[in-house]
Design a protein around this ligand. Structure first.
Ligand SMILES: [Zn+2]
Length: 185
């Protein structure tokens, strides 16, 4: 959800290049994938739960990436995954000439970054500055933060994100309409 909210805010507040419908749809998908990618280091994450052998692959990745909220939850990790995703897109580019890979890459990274920001307000915190092994959280006092999967997350954070998304879409309705119009001719 946070990934999509971040993408919406970005799209309606920034000047974005005109993209094809295919790029737009792929970008939204890339955005959502980016939003769950950091949890690749959790064997129980949605990322793995939905794959048949995901549990086992997830456990292997878990060890490899140093356990829950480690490498993939840091700036260094974001760069690594960013480079990897960029590489994959460059390989795919010749096969998909209608897709604007830069836009898709940015959508992925916005999703990725929004995940780290959202994890920062949870009890566990995020080790932003690995290899410096300090988990940072907002607010700094742990007991004031949100617990993952808890009541506040479900009944305050998610609805809040939805409201922000709707607010931005309505607040910039003309622009959104223009954007949609260019596709729905
Ligand atoms: Zn996470």
């Amino acid at each position: 959800m946070a990934a999509f909210t971040a993408l919406t805010v970005f799209v309606v507040t920034q000047t974005i290049p005109h993209v094809t419908l295919a790029t737009g749809i792929t970008a939204v998908v890339a955005n959502l994938i980016g939003g769950i990618t950091p949890d690749i280091d959790q064997p129980t994450a949605p990322f793995w739960r939905n794959l048949p052998i995901g549990k086992y692959v997830g456990k292997t990745f878990d060890k490899f990436l140093g356990g829950h909220r480690f490498l993939s939850h840091s700036i260094v990790g974001a760069f690594l995954f960013g480079f990897a995703f960029h590489y994959i897109l460059q390989v795919l580019k010749p096969s998909f000439p209608h897709l604007n890979m830069d836009v898709i890459w940015w959508a992925f990274m916005i999703g990725y970054a929004s995940h780290l920001v959202m994890d920062t307000i949870t009890t566990e915190g995020v080790p932003w500055f690995l290899p410096i092994p300090i988990k940072l959280g907002i607010p700094p006092i742990k007991s004031l933060r949100v617990s993952t999967g808890g009541l506040i997350e479900r009944f305050a954070i998610f609805p809040g994100l939805m409201l922000i998304t709707v607010y931005y879409i309505y607040g910039n309705y003309d622009k959104v309409k223009l954007l949609l119009h260019s596709y729905l001719k």
